[in-house]
Design a protein around this ligand. Structure first.
Ligand code: NAP
Length: 278
């Protein structure tokens, strides 16, 4: 008997579609990004996975990518097909920098080789100052779209949005919603207002959304429509992502944010009641 759950996805139409394709991922060092890399490596015969990574706390991009394979998440791959890890290539860059801060050489390589983009990099801090949230979530999306436009063989641009971009509405449908304001106007505001003024306007701007995260993620969807007009764009809007259901390891999660934190509190018996909206 296998130590692992069965993989019904290997050999599926999705897996075949990825055969030989090169993929570019932003946010690959994050929770969702790591799971995506693992799944692509394990079940889809991709040619290469380029991951945009910024140097952090003195660790360079290449080392940061090597480090993600130390997570238990990758044990299954390391036990069964360790060679696929070589397919992952770090691209040094940062979504807050012009041109994503990547070298001309890397840009040319991505433009020529990549046919699938997954844009997951974002700040998920609900309380992020508006200027930071705009730079990461809105301008960052613009910069990734701009790179994608140079890809001569692009087949899909998958943007990781959130179901809470329009959380003030009672129901969310699979359609685009009118943005709360034009993203270009908000970007201009962040250019000429100082921090104090921007901070004092923030609550008015985001209303009726609760925070800068949901607000800037909603506006990022609009950027895809305006800047990425002719690109093959897919917008996915996850709700709250918790630990893995089955694969590669049941329950795998790398953080204690949001609902996972509540589950830990409940499981440990610390959290016995919760104030919720009836
Ligand atoms: N987790 C959820 O429940 C959930 C639900 C709905 C939607 N989403 C969406 O899913 C995406 C990923 O979320 P997550 O939960 O995986 O978040 P996460 O663990 O915080 O990961 C965020 C990723 O973005 C990268 N990033 C941040 N700033 C960057 C910068 N300046 N340049 C380049 N990369 C940068 C981070 O890189 P570093 O390692 O360098 O910091 C990290 O790889 C986000 O777009 C989020 O809105 C998540």
């Amino acid at each position: 008997m296998s130590a692992f759950n069965d993989d019904i996805e290997v050999g599926s139409a999705i897996s075949k579609w990825f055969l030989g394709k090169s993929v570019f991922i932003t946010g690959g060092t994050g929770f969702m990004g790591k799971v995506l890399i693992e799944k692509l490596l394990r079940t889809c015969s991709v040619r290469r996975i380029y991951v945009l990574v910024r140097p952090k706390r003195g660790v360079d991009a290449k080392q940061r990518i090597e480090d993600i394979f130390n997570y238990k998440l990758f044990d299954r791959i390391k036990a069964t097909q360790p060679e696929v890890i070589q397919k992952v290539v770090a691209i040094k860059g940062d979504v807050t920098m012009e041109g994503l801060g990547i070298s001309d050489e890397d840009e040319a390589r991505l433009a020529e080789e990549v046919s699938v983009v997954f844009h997951a990099a974002a700040t998920i801090n609900f309380q992020e100052p508006m200027r930071v949230a705009v730079n990461l979530n809105i301008l960052g999306t613009k910069r990734v779209v701009s790179l994608a436009k140079k890809m001569t063989n692009l087949k899909a641009f998958v943007h990781v949005s959130t179901a809470y971009g329009n959380c003030h509405l009672p129901n969310i449908d699979e359609k685009l919603y009118a943005p709360p304001m034009e993203s270009s106007k908000l970007i201009q505001l962040t250019e000429w207002l100082d921090d104090d003024m921007l901070e004092s306007l923030t609550n008015k701007l985001i209303h009726p959304r609760p925070n800068t995260y949901t607000y800037t993620k909603a506006l990022a969807e609009q950027v895809l429509i305006t800047d990425g007009a002719n690109l093959p764009i897919v917008i996915i809007r996850p709700t709250i992502v918790c630990g893995a259901w089955r694969e590669p390891i049941p329950g795998w999660v790398d953080n204690m944010f949001a609902f996972t934190g509540l589950l830990v509190g409940m499981g440990k018996g610390f959290l016995r009641s919760l104030y919720i909206n009836e």
